[in-house]
Design a protein around this ligand. Structure first.
Ligand SMILES: Nc1nc2c(ncn2[C@@H]2O[C@H](COP(=O)(O)OP(=O)(O)OP(=O)(O)O)[C@@H](O)[C@H]2O)c(=O)[nH]1
Ligand SMILES: [Zn+2]
Length: 181
């Protein structure tokens, strides 16, 4: 990847040999590696067996999970928040595992719709929940610092599975809890 970043710097018309840019291909490759480390993560290792029996079947919501991803069309960041809820069916998942799952999919080349769906499907599979809801609100730098250059619009995507899809009252409870903070 370093070589390719050096070529990009040249293509821009810059001098990769000038002092400030000498180590830039190395740094950029390292940064890009970090921003896409989700490809090299393993769901089993992330969850690490942290699934616990529980008779609680009320909604569990983790809201305001900060999210950094890269849009697959421009390789520019999109940044926002994810809200994830599920209705336990006999077992709950370790609290930290939800943001870890969000990150595993966010740290890849994505479009927001697919990211939302992948997180929802994954939480559903891992928890066997009666329902899963995911809402993501994000701002895309490709639509802010270039292209249409809209600084104040954000994109909201959602995925409702099981009871969240079937039952309007459950969905409403989720949305009002999300709006609450
Ligand atoms: N649906 C969706 N579109 C996205 C996402 N991220 C970026 N895009 C859009 O992907 C589209 C790519 O359109 P193209 O016309 O092929 O590319 P472009 O010429 O760079 O488009 P502009 O951004 O309009 O200048 C643009 O409309 C982007 O806004 C995303 O997460 N979801
Ligand atoms: Zn984009």
């Amino acid at each position: 990847m370093e070589e390719h970043f050096r070529a990009i710097i040249e293509a821009i018309g810059e001098d990769p040999q000038r002092n400030g840019l000498l180590r830039t291909p190395h740094r950029a490759a390292k940064a890009m590696g970090f921003l896409t480390h989700g490809y090299r993560q393993d769901l089993g290792e992330i969850v690490n067996g942290a699934i616990f029996e529980s008779s609680n079947d009320e909604m569990v919501l983790v809201r305001n999970i900060e999210l950094y991803s890269l849009c697959e069309h421009h390789l520019l960041p999109f940044i926002g928040k994810a809200h994830v809820a599920y209705l336990p069916a006999g077992r709950v998942i370790g609290l930290s595992k939800i943001p870890r799952i969000v990150d595993m999919y966010a740290r890849r080349l994505q479009i927001q719709e697919n990211l939302t769906q992948q997180i929802g499907n994954c939480i559903a599979e891992v928890t066997g929940a009666n329902g899963v809801a995911v809402v993501i609100e994000a701002q895309h730098l490709c639509a802010m610092m270039r292209g249409v250059q809209k600084q104040n619009s954000s994109m909201v995507t959602s995925m409702m599975l099981g009871r969240f899809r079937e039952d309007a009252r459950t969905r409403e409870e989720f949305l009002s809890l999300v709006r609450g903070g």
